[in-house]
Ligand binder design. Structure first.
Ligand code: IMP
Ligand code: MG
Length: 217
């Protein structure tokens, strides 16, 4: 039987990302620099910063000063992990190791069922019993499940922290304990490390990616 999700102490804010067909597309083209970027901002850089700081306070409160390994799921989580790690220091979590995993599961907006997980560099989780996996988004849940399977051991405590969580898309029963924002709707999110085909990772805010209108002729 599926285990119930752990009780959360703090409320998780919700962001709406509607199906793009349902909205007037051109209204959502932002001017960033010279090129129009086909995105609609859903959370400002300031909103994201505040939410990451709140998550760090919650994690520090729960985990105290115990030695912790941050297992960062590349590539999408690189911006989130960098900000979260520095917020953890602000909250006196100084005994940190950071290690990196590469998970490949997506081409465009299409998922590959079984993501391939690869640890980059030498394994550096040895001797540490508490691991916090840091991810950009838990969608169907296959990546989260693969990360947990990869790191699970009877003597370890593994917690999952994801900037975004889209519970409606879940295909496997994984429940990240720490979530920045819940997503409502099927829209595809970019920015703050998340990409569409390698693009838009550098945007300082979170945005919904809008497919370009069909070209005439
Ligand atoms: P899952 O394995 O289906 O849960 O997918 C998780 C991975 O898919 C994330 O780590 C992202 O790399 C990617 N992904 C899923 N939804 C989005 C999205 O809306 N924007 C960008 N990447 C996404
Ligand atoms: Mg990812």
């Amino acid at each position: 039987m599926e285990a119930p999700p752990p009780t959360r102490q703090l409320e998780v804010p919700e962001l709406t990302v509607p199906a793009p067909e349902a909205v007037g597309q051109l209204a959502f083209w932002n001017d960033v620099g010279v090129e129009p970027v086909p995105v609609r901002e859903i959370a400002s850089a300031e909103m994201v910063r505040e939410r990451v700081a709140a998550l760090a306070r919650e994690i520090a409160h729960d985990m105290g000063a115990e030695p912790l390994t941050l297992a960062v799921v590349l590539r999408g989580a690189f911006v989130f992990a960098a900000d979260l790690a520095r917020e953890l220091i602000v909250n006196k979590m100084e005994n940190l190791l950071v290690t990196f995993f590469h998970a490949s599961s997506y081409r465009g907006t299409k998922a590959w069922r079984a993501p391939v997980i690869e640890e980059l560099g030498d394994p550096s989780t040895d001797g540490r019993q508490t691991i916090l996996i840091i991810d950009d988004i838990v969608d169907a849940g296959h990546t989260a499940q693969a990360m947990i399977n990869r790191l699970a051991s009877p003597t370890r405590r593994i917690e999952y922290c994801s900037l975004l969580d889209r519970p409606e898309a879940r295909e496997v029963p994984v429940h990240p304990r720490y979530v920045g924002f819940h997503l409502r709707g099927p829209g595809f999110v970019v920015g703050y490390g998340l990409d569409y085909d390698g693009k838009y990772r550098e945007l300082p805010y979170l945005a919904q990616w809008i497919p370009p209108p069909p070209t005439a002729g």
